[in-house]
Design a binder for this molecule. Structure first.
Ligand code: FMN
Length: 197
């Protein structure tokens, strides 16, 4: 692995570990920004599930708005903001997106709580919902369908991996003299530079 990329991932993992030890109630929460065919950006929070040299993974419904946008335009930006770390730390990641393998999705789905597995079948994520009762009915239908057996992974539920092209660490500092370190892959080679705050 490229030494600078390795360094960026080590820095990310060290900060995530510090965030886990801090007061942060959701240290793995990240904003995911996507842009579909219409060119309009959309953002939402998801949970980071794994990170390694291949990239940053979250799981979702592939028929959701984000899923459809990523199918049309497999590019995303991720944003972590750890408010309780140091003077505040922000990590911005940009990259191309690919689906995880079916094996990876199955492995993670199988360890999710049963309620979440049922929800993955019952929720038509991002579709209009006429009433809360309708959703509750769908949940109970799925519960009956899989009573006494393991809940299989829905075909539309899987993970996206963001393969980073750019990773920026933003460290808060007094008087807005923030420090920004930016790792970027240019022509296949990782570079490191600073940015004005
Ligand atoms: C803390 C937090 C964690 C979340 N984690 C996930 C997640 O891992 N996967 C997911 O699909 N939605 C997650 N959501 C819900 C999303 O923010 C979003 O509402 C949903 O995925 C639909 O987004 P979309 O319509 O833009 O596709 C989370 C929300 C919050 C507030």
């Amino acid at each position: 692995m490229d030494a600078l990329y390795e360094q960026a991932l080590e820095t990310f993992n060290a900060l995530l570990e510090q965030a886990r030890q801090s007061q942060d109630p959701e240290p793995t929460a990240m904003t995911v920004a996507t842009v579909g065919r219409d060119g309009r950006p959309a953002a939402r929070t998801v949970l980071l599930k794994t990170v390694d040299a291949r990239g940053f993974v979250f799981f979702t419904n592939f028929n959701s708005r984000k899923g459809r946008q990523l199918a049309a335009n497999p590019q995303a930006a991720l944003l972590f903001h750890w408010k309780h770390l140091q003077e505040g730390v922000q990590v911005k990641i940009e990259g191309t997106v690919e689906p995880v393998s079916a094996e990876e999705a199955d492995a993670y789905f199988s360890v999710r709580p049963r309620g979440s597995q049922i929800g993955a079948w019952a929720s038509l994520q991002s579709e209009p919902l006429a009433s809360r009762e309708l959703f509750e009915q769908r949940v109970s239908d799925v519960e009956s369908r899989y009573e006494g057996m393991d809940v299989p992974r829905p075909p539309h539920w899987s993970g996206f991996r963001i393969v980073p092209e750019r990773i920026e660490f933003w460290y808060g500092a007094r008087f807005r003299l923030h420090e920004r370190q930016c790792y970027e892959r240019v022509d296949g080679v990782w570079c490191l530079g600073m940015l004005y705050p």
